[in-house]
Design a protein around this ligand. Sequence first.
Ligand code: SF4
Length: 473
Amino acid sequence: MTEDDFDDFDKLNEKCGLFGFWSEKRSVADVCYLGLFALQHRGQEGAGIVTTDGMHIDIEKGAGLMTDVFRKRLPSLKGHCGIGHVRYSTFGGSSFENIQPFLASFVKGGGFISLAHNGSLTNAKKIRTMLEADGCRFQSTSDSESMLNLIAHSTERTIEEKILRSLNEVEGAFSLVIMTGDKLFGVRDPLSFRPLCIGKIDEGEFVIASESCALDAVGADFIRDVAPGEMVVIDKSGLHSYFLKQKDRLSFCVFEYIYFARPDSVIDGRGVWQARYDMGRQLAREFLTLHDKSGVDIVVPVPDTGIAAAIGFAAESGLPYVEGLIKNRYVGRTFILPEQKSRKASVDMKLNPIRENLRGKRVVLIDDSIVRGTTSARLIELLRHAGALEVHMCVSSPPITHPCYYGIDTSKRKELIASVLSENDTGQKIGTDSLRYLSLEGLLDALDDSADTCMCTACFHGRYPTDVGEVQE
Ligand code: SF4
């Protein structure tokens, strides 16, 4: 294997994390900071917070981790309402102009609007062209700014009508936090691709966040998830609810459960750790239909996202769960940095084998997904060098064969190893003794969605839940 083969980790990448806080009692910046800090796994390339006291707007954004961006400026962000964003760049690139939240003035009626977006629009080009033809100027290349400008240019009377009318025109994945001088909004698209939930800290203090782990971080009680197609509005009179046009099915991104979300989050009533554990149990059942249990000795996870599935696999199979790889916790979530050099450096620093646990053992290695196969190959090489006699790779998701159009950074189709090689050939290429992916039916069973009405699973088969235009190869 050349160094060029080993250029990244085999992971898809979440684009963003969102946080919003409304308080009638205190300045909101500290809470926004803590909430976004808990969502850092959803984006490590840039972060921003916008706050307002109703009259003035304070904004701080920058490239890098939360600690880098806000080290000095946090105390200068004032006001009773704030929204924030952590990002990984996909659509629009990684330049400063694309760091969110975005800010605009209403064309009619005065006042400002700020917006942060998790997801990706599939008709962004059309919306942008239409707005530019109307004389709208864009500051960034981001599709999120199209939504902001659509709302800012709306001629509807109230802010609620402006947002609803505009968002009924956009297609694709969008969870949003939006702020004006006197209201905080949380919106989830009708197919509900990305998570968004509501919490409460005290009377008159509401939180909106991508994941419930951020509510825990700021001491908020979980109220509920934002419903598919719902817009919640928080202001001095409390919390109100409006709805976009509904769809006849849901398409929640199954990768939130497989890999993106933190295991301590609960999304749409399902705990992420438990979902991964159940995927591991199902994977074990499928593995044992083809392999004799006496032919392997231990179950080893690829930390951290493979851990819950490996525990489930071990529980179902009766094989011992053993730590065989240790993660350097200070490297950051590998492959979340877009530059090739950063990725190489990250992978080299990321995982180290525990030799005494692996020596002489026939290992079942559990990982959550394989994208290009390069990291899996390196991991298997690491385990063999550490003395493992055999390495059988089990993956707690089906083969990824198609790119994502809903806010996840996947490779091009031809770079996805499962789209060009069979399971056997992939196993040979990455150097494993055997390779087993979780079946799609098994995945949906593990998530209690065997009727396949709730989840987006398009990257496993290419049947997208919305029109995505020309499919990229
Ligand atoms: S295509 Fe895959 S990564 Fe994208 S939203 Fe659907 S399940 Fe998630």
